[in-house]
Design a protein around this ligand. Structure first.
Ligand code: DGL
Length: 281
C-alpha cells in the first residue's frame, strides 16, 4: 500500500485525485486529527509529528509515503529526507506535495536549480494561500524564485481556516474568512490582481468555492490535487519497485483522533462513504 498522510481531513483532497487517477493502486490514509491543525505548531513539533506518523505508515508496510500536507512538506520534508529516513529506512521513500506544485508553477523540473536559458522575463504574479508555518518556512518563494525569478510570489497566511474546515464551520463563516484573507493578499500588492493562485494547504480545496468567489474574475486557481496526482503517476511509472502486490485490498483510512467524527466529515470531504479506524502505534 501507498501511505498518504495529512494532519487531518485535508489530504483527502489529494487522495481523491490519486484514487481517480490511479484506480489500480491501494492507499492507506492517515489523518493526525488529534494533533490538527499543524498550522498552529512550531517547526520542531511539525517535524516530530511528521516522523511519528510516517513511522506509523512504514510500520503498516507502506514503503512509499506521500505527505499530502503542505505544512509538513514545507517545514519537515527536506530535513526528514536528508537525515532520518535514509539512516533508518534506506529503502523507503517519502515524497511531498510541494515539489510537483513548484514544477507546475515554474514549468521547470525540480532537479534544475536555476532558471533555464530563455526563461520568460515577463513577471507573472502568483498568490499562495497557506498555513502560517508554510508561509514562514519561505519554501514556496525560495523554490519558485530559484527556478523562475521573474515570477512574483505573494504569500498569504490563513491562520484560522484549517480549524474552521476541520470543525465544518458554516459556509457563510468560511466565506467571510476567505474574503478577508483575499483582501489581505491584495493589500500586499497594492490592490492588484494576481495572475494565478495556489491553494497551498490541502484543506483549502474543500472550500475552493469561497476562494473562487473572493478572488477577482480571471485569476486562475491551480488544482494542487490534480497536479500532485499526475506527477505521482509519473513517479510510480518510473519506480516499478512500488508496484502493488497481488491480491489487491481495499483502501484503508486511519486516524489518531475520533474515528466516528473523522468518518462523518471525511465522507463528506472525500465525496464517498469512508470509515476511519483507530491508528495504533
Ligand atoms: N492540510 C495541511 C496543509 O496542507 C495542514 C493544515 C494544518 O493542519 O494546519 O498545510
Amino acid at each position: 500500500m501507498i501511505g498518504v498522510f495529512d494532519s487531518g481531513h485535508g489530504g483527502l483532497t489529494i487522495l481523491r485525485a490519486l484514487v481517480d487517477r490511479l484506480p489500480e493502486r491501494r492507499f492507506l490514509y492517515l489523518g493526525d486529527h488529534s494533533h490538527a491543525p499543524y498550522g498552529n505548531r512550531t517547526p520542531d513539533e511539525i517535524h516530530a509529528l511528521t516522523i511519528e506518523n510516517v513511522s506509523r505508515l512504514f510500520a503498516h508496510g507502506c514503503k512509499l509515503v506521500l505527505l499530502a500536507c503542505n505544512t509538513a512538506a514545507a517545514v519537515a520534508l527536506r530535513r526528514l529526507q536528508q537525515d532520518w529516513q535514509p539512516a533508518t529506512f534506506p529503502d523507503h521513500r517519502v515524497l511531498g506535495v510541494l515539489v510537483p506544485t513548484v514544477e507546475a508553477v515554474t514549468n521547470v523540473p525540480w532537479h534544475i536549480k536555476e532558471p533555464p536559458p530563455g526563461a520568460p522575463r515577463d513577471a507573472a504574479t502568483v498568490a499562495i494561500f497557506a498555513t502560517p508555518p508554510t508561509v514562514n518556512s519561505g519554501t514556496y518563494p525560495h523554490e519558485i524564485g530559484t527556478r523562475a525569478p521573474a515570477i512574483r510570489v505573494v504569500q498569504q497566511a490563513c491562520p484560522d481556516l484549517v480549524a474552521a474546515i476541520e470543525m465544518a464551520a458554516p459556509e457563510a463563516e468560511v466565506r467571510k474568512m476567505v474574503a478577508g484573507y483575499v483582501a489581505q493578499m491584495r493589500a500586499q500588492i497594492d490592490g492588484g490582481v494576481p495572475d494565478s493562485a495556489i491553494l497551498g494547504c490541502t484543506h483549502y480545496p474543500l472550500v475552493a468555492g469561497a476562494f473562487t468567489e473572493a478572488l477577482p474574475q480571471g485569476v486562475r486557481i491551480l488544482g494542487q490535487p490534480e497536479i500532485v496526482a499526475d506527477s505521482f503517476a509519473v513517479y510510480l511509472d518510473r519506480h516499478p519497485e512500488f508496484a502493488p502486490p497481488a491480491p489487491i485490498t481495499p483502501n484503508v483510512f486511519l486516524t489518531t483522533g475520533d474515528p466516528a467524527l473523522a468518518s462523518t466529515l471525511g465522507s463528506r470531504f472525500f465525496g464517498q462513504e469512508i470509515a476511519f479506524g483507530v491508528a495504533t502505534d
